[in-house]
Design a protein around this ligand. Sequence first.
Ligand SMILES: Cc1cc2nc3c(=O)[nH]c(=O)nc-3n(C[C@H](O)[C@H](O)[C@H](O)COP(=O)(O)OP(=O)(O)OC[C@H]3O[C@@H](n4cnc5c(N)ncnc54)[C@H](O)[C@@H]3O)c2cc1C
Length: 409
Amino acid sequence: MSSIKKEAERCLKCKRALCSEHCPISTPIPQVTELFLNGEIKKAGELLFNNNPISAVTSVICPHERNCTGHCVLGKKGAPVEFYRIEEYISRFYLETMQIPEIKKNGIKVAVAGAGPAGITMTILLLLHGYDVTLFEAEDDIGGVLRYGIPPFRLPRDIIDMLKDIMLRMGVHLRPNTRIGTNIMIDDLFPDGYKAVFVAAGTGRPRKLGLVGETLGHVHFAIDYLKSPYSFNLGKRVAIVGAGNVAIDVARTAIRCGRSDVKILHYMGKDDMTANRDEVEMAELDGVEFIHNAQAVRIMENAVRCVYVDRIENEDGSLSFEEDYSRTFDVPADSVIIAIGQGPGADIVAAGVKLTQRGLFEVNEWGETDIPGVFAAGDIVSGPKTVVDAVAFSKKVFCKMEEYLKEHS
Ligand SMILES: Cc1cc2nc3c(=O)[nH]c(=O)nc-3n(C[C@H](O)[C@H](O)[C@H](O)COP(=O)(O)OP(=O)(O)OC[C@H]3O[C@@H](n4cnc5c(N)ncnc54)[C@H](O)[C@@H]3O)c2cc1C
């Protein structure tokens, strides 16, 4: 018996399915598993796709331990069901064999800016409901972080290609290499007949450290590096400043693409890391070295100067961190990669939508911005989060957009 089927048979199909309750997009896990075990893989795939058009992606890269797997009742005493493996198999099969349904077109034009997880989700939902969608994408291909951030050894690119093919077969008008907020502005879209605009431009602008040395030739930003690692010549010793999931992806990529020795410089202690545990574990297995309690204070031609950071456990149980400038040390580096977070691109920020204090798009709970007919979701609204969160919020925004489009078309 296949291991996938064995795994599905372990599912208790709980009446109150905690796995589904803790999935940000409420994947109907017991129902999908039941259909799969009854030999109805296409129906199972359809159920997954209609609930989450990019389930083939989230099944691979969701933080499962926080969501479905982490809440499986079997996990209390033994091994939890790894539903994501079943989901990956079904979703991929569904994309590979998907027949595009007959869709009655309504002729209403909608513009989507950004073809990452949020933009793809919205585009597919709009197409399935008969809208005429133009998808504007700044890069030369769709996917956003799925194509230009997450390394291929974690997420195979053919999944994104299949999603692109499905959207094209459904009739999307794709405008690659087109940035909204440079020559085409949001305001230009309405006179051309678009009835609503959905902005999902993500957070593609790296944050900088503000340190001396940051502009030197051997210093790079994490998301620039991940976009095309083979364009960079990192040299033997690579120091990465920052220790979140993005830093881990950079480290593992640099070991593979540059055959480099990689050190991650982390401000806090080993137990305070924000990156997913299994990602950290994989990085350690790959040979990444972590230097904890280190704050970079200066970047030099061949090293990063750090100060030691004291980890203080306060009486009230809280933690604080204090830099001790009397204890400095240099980490030798041929290249330095900065991975301390991202914000929205300057172009889209200048598009005229009201921003929050963090510089993100300000929206209400339905994704409405202060400009009538302009909606937003994904990282540009939440700040860097997860793919499944971007999908879940886009779905919610879709409901409001439909209401708006019905009223205004
Ligand atoms: C390196 C890395 C690894 C990650 N790993 C994981 C993971 O394992 N699991 C997980 O769940 N999440 C992960 N995340 C987070 C996740 O990828 C994001 O939360 C998610 O991609 C957000 O989707 P989005 O559609 O809002 O934005 P994005 O994926 O950033 O997509 C935005 C799109 O808009 C385009 N764009 C930008 N500006 C414009 C413009 N002006 N006009 C037109 N198009 C524009 C961009 O080119 C891009 O294609 C990771 C993030 C990074 C950076």
